[in-house]
Design a protein around this ligand. Structure first.
Ligand code: ADP
Length: 193
């Protein structure tokens, strides 16, 4: 059985960090739409040129473009054993499109995790990351826009997935290792089912 995992949660909750650890532990690719977009921007590809100003100011890229990007990505062979999705879906339209794609290819999420973190801690973590990593959108204005978009567009997906089973809430205001241990406990059960 493929292991298809979704990580939901606000900016700064540690989705990327945890997704990388899960990817390494279970040998499945980390599909991170933010990383894909930043790579496209760095390359100067068509997609990159189209999304650059939107991504850098902390707004959401249009659903159609994101849906096409993910459709192509999860059709790649390296996802046969599953994948860990980080950063998609972020809107109800994206979640519905993903449902349709999953229906077409006969897949479903093995587990959906919702990482929980308050805005204050999120803002502190993102400002620190901005200093350490220099990400263009880790500045106060773009952070505020991203968290507002999270609450408005993405948080409703917690309820969308909660009702479907295989849904686990994880408090994220703890160390990286503590969060990972809890994720792994759940994944150990999911991976053998
Ligand atoms: P964060 O979650 O910290 O904002 P990401 O790396 O996940 O960082 O995303 C960075 C940016 O890429 C977002 O602010 C947005 O502009 C764009 N983006 C990524 N995924 C999506 C998506 N599914 N829908 C729309 N825009 C997206």
């Amino acid at each position: 059985m493929p292991l298809n995992v979704l990580l939901l949660g606000p900016q700064g909750a540690g989705k990327g960090t945890q997704a990388k650890r899960i990817a390494a532990a279970y040998g499945i690719p980390h599909v991170a739409t933010g990383d894909m977009l930043r790579a496209a921007i760095a390359e100067g590809s068509d997609v990159g040129t189209r999304v650059k100003s939107v991504v850098e100011s902390g707004q959401l890229v249009p659903d159609d473009l994101m849906i096409d990007l993910i459709r192509a990505r999860i059709a790649a062979e390296d996802t046969d054993a599953g994948f860990i999705l980080d950063g998609f879906p972020r809107t109800t339209a994206q979640a519905e499109a993903l449902d349709t794609m999953f229906g077409d290819i006969g897949r479903n999420f093995s587990v959906v995790f919702a990482l929980q973190l308050g805005d204050q801690v999120a803002i502190e973590r993102l400002l620190l990351r901005g200093e350490l990593e220099g990400r263009v959108d880790d500045n106060p204005e773009a952070i505020a826009k991203r968290l507002a978009a999270y609450h408005r567009e993405t948080e409703p997906l917690v309820e969308y997935y909660r009702t479907r089973g295989n849904f686990v809430t994880i408090p994220a205001d703890r160390t990286e290792g503590e969060v990972f241990d809890e994720l792994q406990e759940v994944l150990e059960q999911a991976a053998v089912v």
